[in-house]
Design a protein. Sequence first.
Length: 377
Amino acid sequence: MKNAWLGLTGFTLIAVSYGMARFAWGLMLPDVMRDIAFTPRLAGILSGCSFIAYCIAILVAPLLSAFAGPRLPALMSSLSAAFGLLIIAVAGSQWLLGLGLFIAGMSAGLASPALAAAVSQAIAHRQQPIMNTLINAGTSAGIILSVAVLSWLPGGWRMSCLLFAFLALLCAFPVWHILPKDKPLARYGFFHVILHQRALHRMMAIAFFSGIVSAAWWSFGPALLLRLGIKPDIISLLWMTAGAAGITGALTGPLAKIIGMNRVYQFSQCCLAFPLLLIAFSQHFTWWLVPAVALGGAGYVTLSGVLLVWGVSASENSPAVGVSGLFFMLAAGQVVGSMIFGQIYAMTSGETALLIFATLPLLLVFAVRSKDLNPTY
């Protein structure tokens, strides 16, 4: 029962910190741009604020876990999501939006390493991959809920952010009571693990370039669909479809036992490319977009599950550090990707930017050797 409560608490925190405090921004972006005028180039910079905060927080989280146990960074994750979303809700300028996105973006960076450390302390070793990937799938639940709220709650994106902030604050109570407060027994420090665990290095490079690719959809997807003349309610449906499909990421650990992590990884990269290619070649709405964005959502959450399982396995003595290293590179890639996509979009067209970004995951399919992605369970 204790394990079930830990899984539910972690799932909820990930739903709040990733689904609402981080990825809901992409869905809100078209409406925000109508209320607070700014260019696609500035939109890329604003999206980068969230990713930069994530990068900083994910480096700090293992240090906080080592100093005070996983409970503290997890609690800070919940509170930063609430405070950042509150600022976004009342923002009247681009700069206040950037501040809110920065503070809210810290939430996800604090959550993942803290929860990885909590799972390593409280869950038996053989059950950890399943628990970690189940918690990681909370992203999809957060996206589904954010779509429902943004679509049906009166008051638009501002009132939605207020509700998200309230839910993030509520999440602090189970975090405080369920997560362990004991310090993890880490044998090595952060930089020792990152520098000397050679198994992490290739995966860190893969995480970086995968982050670049994922920024195209999560930062600009709704805006690009709007340019095709697709109605906002259909865009919301597509965003919800991507989020719902991401629930399949909970199967990353069990599926890897059957077909191997390398095959799971290859599938996830191909899925990232498919929606970008289809949107690039579409001139109007087509029902093919529904399975395409579903595959994209499933691919992203599955890929993050691959990184999560690999990071824990490659640094068993310091799981929070391994997860931090890989998720840091994923987020760093999203910072770079948001800015590059915004620049290409502004200078050429959305179609050109999408085609360029879609080629990268297809190349990354061949970037690993079979032994690179097969950690022991």
